[in-house]
Design a protein around this ligand. Structure first.
Ligand code: ADP
Ligand code: MG
Length: 239
């Protein structure tokens, strides 16, 4: 099912520092996403993309405003509730893969599930294996990150983001450190996952070419959304 609201943010602000050193990085953001959406978050360096994704991802709290996802009031939830919510409903991909160097691809993919449950299970292992198949790395299951290419590592990171079957994956410049061909592979993969698993993606980038591969375009400028704050249009990329 597509098109149901999953995330709503209203009047969201984020300030760092205090007194004369205080800076307001997010200046009152209204934003929503629906299930199955694939959105690009565009904006120049320093516009607040990472700050916004970090807040949406419950890794940091907003200063003020409303932040709700899947019926949970994340603004007023306790730290423990937010941590639990994060592991159940959110996935993350970063610019640098952040895979653990001493674990195999399969173990890296399983890691968020094992961490959430405090142990590894056969079901987890099977799911991680399926996800590695889905990202085209069935034959790299036992490889450590150091023995894989940049594009392959980022595909492992995408599989890892999906292990807990999140409603929304937040990807902060996920292909920003890859060459164009590897970036294309990873974006194609993300589009396939979006289409087949109905996982929503919010992908920050400063690259128009990457943004053009997303059905929705959200533009952040100096801490404000200047375009695309309301979604709901699910479909092929425009243009
Ligand atoms: P982007 O990801 O779009 O490049 P960021 O969200 O990283 O932008 O940063 C937006 C602004 O917020 C920048 O001016 C940055 O210096 C500032 N900023 C980010 N994190 C902090 C922090 N922890 N303390 C103070 N300023 C910060
Ligand atoms: Mg950033």
């Amino acid at each position: 099912m597509s098109g149901e609201a999953i995330l709503t943010v209203k009047g969201l602000t984020k300030r760092f520092g205090s007194g004369e050193a205080e800076v307001e990085v997010l200046k009152g953001i209204d934003f929503s996403m629906t299930s199955g959406e694939m959105a690009a978050l565009l904006g120049p360096s320093g516009s607040g993309k990472s700050t916004f994704l970090t807040i949406i991802g419950t890794l940091m709290r907003a200063t003020s405003g409303a932040h709700e996802m899947l019926g949970t009031d994340l603004m007023h939830a306790s730290d423990a509730e937010r941590t639990r919510f994060r592991s159940e409903h959110l996935g993350f991909v970063f610019q640098f893969h952040h895979l653990l160097p001493d674990l195999s691809a399969l173990e890296n993919v399983m890691m968020p599930a094992a961490a959430a449950q405090g142990r590894e299970t056969a079901a987890m292992r099977a799911r991680a294996s399926e996800l590695l198949d889905a990202v085209g790395l069935a034959n790299r299951r036992d490889y450590r990150p150091g023995a894989m290419s940049g594009g392959q590592r980022q595909r492992v990171a995408v599989a890892r983001a999906l292990i807990n079957n999140p409603a929304l994956v937040l990807a902060d410049e996920p292909v920003g450190s890859l060459d164009r061909a590897s970036a294309d592979d990873v974006m194609t993969l993300i589009r396939e996952i979006n289409a087949t698993m109905n996982t929503s993606f919010l992908i920050s980038t400063h690259d128009e070419y990457i943004a053009g591969q997303c059905a929705r375009r959200v533009e952040l400028l100096d801490g404000r959304i200047v375009r695309g704050a309301v979604g709901g249009e699910v479909g092929p990329p425009a243009g």
